[in-house]
Write a protein that binds this ligand. Structure first.
Ligand code: UDP
Length: 313
């Protein structure tokens, strides 16, 4: 049987590049799409000459006509400083980009996955967050371009399913870290590790008592593959993340124990609308996909530190 032709949007990004590598290992033919807005050539350097990989520089805000069996829609700037730099572009990527990819899936009768996010829960009033929770998003705040963009993308996915019986898979990804992250993307794990490696103070925003639940990228990719290969009846949305919750102070302490030294901390103001707590309820993923993370934070941080060392001069 000929192997599937799989389109990955955002293929030069953190998750898109890790996913493309996994798909190639599993024998798929991958067409990677990226506009290099936040994606990096560095991430796909080892793929561009691979016989199972074809790269197309393209912005999904523009329509695309290509034949494929599966689509992973992973294109979107994902770190708050990046998605807030041009919020209208972020909203367009999520709305128009998702619409274009859904049209493409419809034309090809392809299965399509949307990389949605824990951000659809906003600053959650329910803890941990189950898929049934409708969220608490500040619709006119600085994070809305991403949160509302991802929410409208979910709506579009389910409308295509209802109207056209499209084979959709919607996953809600919680904070993920690991090799392939942009050392400059401004997110907490990359910032803290780069600062520690450079001997700079750790920039802790707010009190440091806010929480996040950090999933190592290989665990997430296993969950993504399980979801994409699940029965057609499993459309989601389904949470994918590590349910072990840490305060940011605990993240610093874990980093200190992995590095074997104390780190200097500088307290900085909390960004507007920064969610207070975030923790996925992954009961559904366990039941339907037989999936749960296996890499603990110290082990994942060690691997991520090793990856980031190359960017420290
Ligand atoms: N954060 C921090 N220092 C940094 C970067 C981020 O304390 O240098 C905090 C941020 O305010 C938030 C948490 O870390 O509470 C996670 O931020 P990130 O940007 O990684 O992702 P988010 O989960 O907010 O989308």
């Amino acid at each position: 049987m000929e192997s599937k032709k799989v389109l990955v949007t955002g293929a030069a990004g953190f998750l898109g590049s890790n996913l493309s590598k996994r798909l190639i290992l599993d024998g798929f033919n991958v067409i990677g799409i990226d506009n290099f807005y936040t994606g990096r050539m560095h991430n796909i350097q080892e793929l561009v000459n691979h016989p199972q990989f074809t790269f197309i520089e393209h912005d999904i805000i523009q329509p695309l006509d290509i034949s494929c069996d599966w689509i992973f829609n992973f294109a979107c700037p994902a770190s708050p400083p990046h998605y807030q730099k041009d919020p209208i572009f972020t909203a367009k990527t999520n709305f128009m980009g998702s619409l274009n990819m859904l049209e493409l899936a419809h034309q090809n009768s392809a299965r399509i996955m949307q990389a949605s996010t824990s951000e659809v829960y906003g600053n959650p009033l329910q803890h941990p967050q189950t898929e049934q929770y409708w969220g608490n998003v500040h619709t006119t705040g600085p994070r809305a371009c991403y949160d509302e963009g991802k929410r409208v993308a979910e709506s579009l996915f389910f409308d295509y399913k209802r109207m056209h019986n499209l084979d959709i898979k919607v996953i809600r990804i919680f904070n993920t870290y690991g090799p392939g992250m942009d050392p400059l993307d401004g997110r907490v794990v990359s910032n803290f590790i780069m600062q520690a490696l450079r001997g700079e103070p750790i920039t802790l925003y707010g009190t440091g008592n806010q929480t996040r639940s950090f999933c190592y990228v290989d665990d997430l990719i296993n969950g993504i593959m399980a979801m994409m290969q699940s029965d057609v009846s499993v459309a989601g949305p389904i949470n994918l993340g590590n349910p072990i919750e840490f305060t940011l102070k605990e993240l610093v302490e874990t980093l200190e124990s992995v590095l074997g030294r104390k780190l200097n901390i500088v307290m900085m103001p909390l960004p507007e609308d920064d969610p207070t707590r975030r923790q996925p309820d992954i009961t559904l993923a366990k039941q339907l996909l037989n999936w749960q993370p296996t890499v603990n934070l110290p082990t994942g941080l060690k691997k991520t530190i090793d990856y980031f060392r190359q960017f420290v001069s």
